[in-house]
Design a protein around this ligand. Structure first.
Ligand code: UDX
Length: 428
């Protein structure tokens, strides 16, 4: 099948490369000439394990890239994977997506073939209505030959290619039978080899499934953090409690790691967008609001714990881990950001260390010190706050010996406690 993918960011590039790998002829369209050149040269414009290999294999053959919308009508399906920036109230700004939708509609105007426009970006029902209007007004179609569908993604950073090619579920949100069938045809080569659940529904439901999925996971983390904070009050290990409750299938063993909370580009943004869109309808979701409030509070608890042991004013404090999770250099909404802000408010001298995310964190905090190794960060520090569960933090051993005060506050249960350390787990 011939497929367009408009937008070559993280989701669009992964989608385009994986669809080419499934055997489709894919045209990636992006306004950024450098991104288009990289794709045509067989290079991934973003870092994601396995993506470079897929793009190198299919570029110039089943995967081509361009800045022009001219060839859009040659395909049967156009995916829109355009960024959806957050507004101040948390709702998403659908303007960039609607603009791409309008340009798609304009080139489809005057053609006779039917065409399926699929929104891949995560958007709320009102934003979807905006996109649908943009497409249909531009095509002027009243015959129903153009349909707007949704098909949310459930990709994790660091395993996006694997998640795409071995999904647990595929959610198809379409209004017409022919649109559902066309979406099924897109995934048919994948479903031939994998047992994924296929959910067929309408476009709004498909997107609310995506929001509910992320809201549920984010709330699960906040709930185990809430319980973890209670455990800490009684000197009980929240990880022992989590292991046991996870044996109940209704709870499930995954996503029960308590600590400094969730970050990243999806959970904070999607939960805020869901709340904002519900509030616009007149409903304030109390549990989702509490999930955010608790997540915002966990970094403060780490700082309070540190201050129970040392006075940080004017002292060197190490922040170990700057990425929002291990395996990525992404610092968006990383818990390290409020931790560093809190240390600065307390007039501490902050030194950050991360194996790969230093350059990204420099954009948030250009003036703090960055170390090249954990040992360098710890040297002379009165405290260390562990914010990302990078494997290397499990085996730091002697590196703590040069600390001025060996106080370690672990927000991810990764450091091995020892008799030479004043070690505090956030929830254990
Ligand atoms: C997430 C969803 O998993 C994915 O399905 C969705 O499409 C995008 O958002 P991602 O943001 O890449 O993916 O990261 P994920 O691995 O889910 O972790 C998110 C955050 O939660 C991280 O900061 C992680 O440290 C934290 N987390 C996760 C916990 O604090 N405890 C846990 O038990 C699990």
């Amino acid at each position: 099948m011939q497929i367009n993918v408009i937008g070559s960011g993280y989701v669009g590039t992964t989608l385009a490369a994986c669809l080419a790998d499934l055997g489709h002829d894919v045209l990636a369209i992006d306004i950024d000439e450098e991104v288009v050149a990289a794709l045509n040269d067989g290079r991934a414009p973003i870092h994601e394990p396995g993506l470079d290999d897929l793009i190198a294999e299919h570029a110039g053959d089943r995967l081509r890239a361009t800045t022009s919308y001219e060839r859009v009508p040659e395909a049967e399906v156009t995916f829109l994977a355009i960024q959806t920036p957050s507004r101040e109230d948390g709702s998403i700004d659908a303007a960039p997506l609607a603009a791409a939708a309008e340009m798609t509609g304009e080139v489809l105007d005057g053609t006779d073939d039917d065409h399926l426009v699929v929104v891949k970006s995560t958007i709320t029902p009102p934003a979807l209505a905006e996109v649908r209007t943009a497409v249909l007004d531009a095509t002027g179609d009243t015959t129903g030959r153009i349909s707007v569908a949704t098909n949310p993604e459930f990709l994790r950073e660091g395993t996006a290619v694997e998640d795409f090619l071995s999904p647990e579920k595929i959610v198809l949100g379409a209004d017409e039978q022919w649109a559902t069938e066309r979406l099924e045809a897109v995934y048919e080569p994948l479903l031939a080899d994998h047992d994924a659940h296929v959910v067929r529904t309408d476009p709004d439901t498909a997107m609310l499934i995506k929001y509910a999925n992320n809201a549920f996971l984010a709330t699960k983390i906040s709930l185990i953090n809430d319980i973890g904070n209670v455990c800490k009050e009684f000197g009980v290990d929240a990880y022992e409690v989590a292991d046991a409750i996870g044996m109940d299938d209704r709870i499930g063993e995954r996503f029960l790691r308590s600590g400094v909370g969730y970050g990243g580009s999806c959970f904070p943004k999607d939960v805020a967008a869901l709340i904002a869109t519900a509030e616009n309808q007149g409903y304030t979701p109390p549990v989702l609001n509490a999930a955010i409030e608790l997540n915002d509070h966990q970094p403060e608890r780490m700082l309070d714990l540190l201050e129970e042991h040392v006075d940080v004013e004017g002292e060197r404090v190490a922040v170990l881990g700057l990425a929002f999770k291990p395996g990525t250099d992404d610092t968006r909404n990383s818990r390290a950001i409020p931790i560093i802000e809190g240390l600065q408010e307390r007039s501490a001298e902050v030194v950050g260390y991360d194996p790969v995310a230093t350059e990204n964190m420099r954009e948030h905090f250009p003036d703090i010190e960055y170390a090249d190794s954990p040992a360098e960060a710890l040297d002379g520090a009165v405290g260390a706050l562990v914010v990302t569960d990078w494997d290397e933090f499990a085996t730091l051993g002697d590196a703590f010996e040069t600390m001025a005060e060996p106080v370690v506050i672990d927000g991810r249960r990764i450091v091995a406690p020892s008799n030479d350390l004043t070690y505090e787990g956030l929830t254990w």
